[in-house]
Design a protein around this ligand. Structure first.
Ligand code: FE2
Ligand code: FE2
Length: 224
C-alpha cells in the first residue's frame, strides 16, 4: 500500500470517529497543515511518521470527553488505538513505534517528553493551534458551548483555588472564561515549544492575543 492510499484511509477512519465533534476534526486538519509548515524548517523529517501522527493524535478525544471518571488520557489511549489502525494498514513495526511515541507525547499533561523531531513538530503544532486568531475563535466557540461569560469578578488566584481540581481539571466549566485561559495557559505556550519556527509563530500569535484581550478588558470596563 503506498503512502497516499494509507493517508486517505487514515483520514476516513479519523473522520468517522470524530464526526460527532466537528471542532476536533477541524483541529486535526489545522494541526496537519501546521505540521507540514514546521517540517519545512527542519532537517530529516520522516513524513511517513509525521503525517499519520498528526491525523491520529486526537483519535481518543471523544472517549476522554465522555469519560466521567476523568481517568482516560486521550494521548495514552490514542496511541493504543492508533497501533491497531496502523497494523491494519500494514505499517512497519518501527514506524508504528515512532508514530505511537508522537501521539503519546503530544500533550502537556502526560509527562512524557517528545524526543524525536516528528514528535516535537506534532507537539508544537498542536499547541500553536490554541493560540492566535484561531485560538481566540476556538476558545470563544467553547465558551459559548459551556455558557461562559466574557469576564469574571473574582481575583484570578481566588478563582483558580476554588475552581480547579487534580490534574488542572475544572470543577465547573461554566465559571471559566477565555480570558482566564489566556492568562494561565496560552501566554506560556511559546516558551514551551521545541522548534525554532514554532516559537517564532507562537510569539506572533501571542502578541495578537495580548492586543485582543487588552482591548476586550478596556471595552468591558468602559474605558475605550
Ligand atoms: Fe490532544
Ligand atoms: Fe490536538
Amino acid at each position: 500500500m503506498n503512502m497516499d492510499t494509507r493517508h486517505k484511509k487514515i483520514i476516513k477512519i479519523v473522520q468517522e470517529k470524530l464526526t460527532c465533534s466537528a471542532h476536533n476534526l477541524d483541529h486535526v486538519f489545522r494541526v496537519y497543515n501546521l505540521c507540514l509548515l514546521l517540517a519545512k524548517d527542519e532537517k530529516d523529517v520522516d513524513l511517513e511518521v509525521l503525517i499519520p501522527s498528526a491525523l491520529l493524535h486526537d483519535i481518543a478525544r471523544v472517549e476522554e470527553s465522555n469519560d466521567k471518571t476523568g481517568k482516560i488520557d486521550h494521548a495514552i489511549l490514542g496511541s493504543i488505538i492508533a497501533e491497531d489502525i496502523l497494523k491494519y494498514l500494514e505499517y512497519e513495526e518501527d514506524k508504528i513505534e515512532k508514530i505511537k511515541h508522537c501521539i503519546l507525547t503530544h500533550r502537556f499533561r502526560t509527562g512524557n517528553e517528545p524526543n524525536s523531531i516528528e514528535a516535537k513538530i506534532l507537539f508544537d503544532s498542536d499547541k500553536l493551534d490554541v493560540i492566535g486568531a484561531s485560538g481566540i475563535a476556538r476558545t470563544f466557540m467553547l465558551a459559548g458551548q459551556f455558557g461562559q461569560r466574557l469576564t469574571f469578578d473574582d481575583s484570578l488566584n481566588d478563582y483558580l483555588k476554588s475552581n480547579t481540581v487534580e490534574n488542572g481539571r475544572l470543577k465547573d466549566v461554566s465559571r471559566h472564561t477565555p480570558f482566564i485561559e489566556y492568562e494561565v495557559k496560552f501566554k506560556k505556550i511559546p516558551d514551551r515549544l521545541y522548534t525554532r519556527k514554532a516559537r517564532e509563530i507562537g510569539q506572533e500569535r501571542i502578541k495578537f492575543m495580548e492586543e485582543f484581550f487588552n482591548l476586550l478588558k478596556l471595552e468591558i470596563e468602559g474605558i475605550k
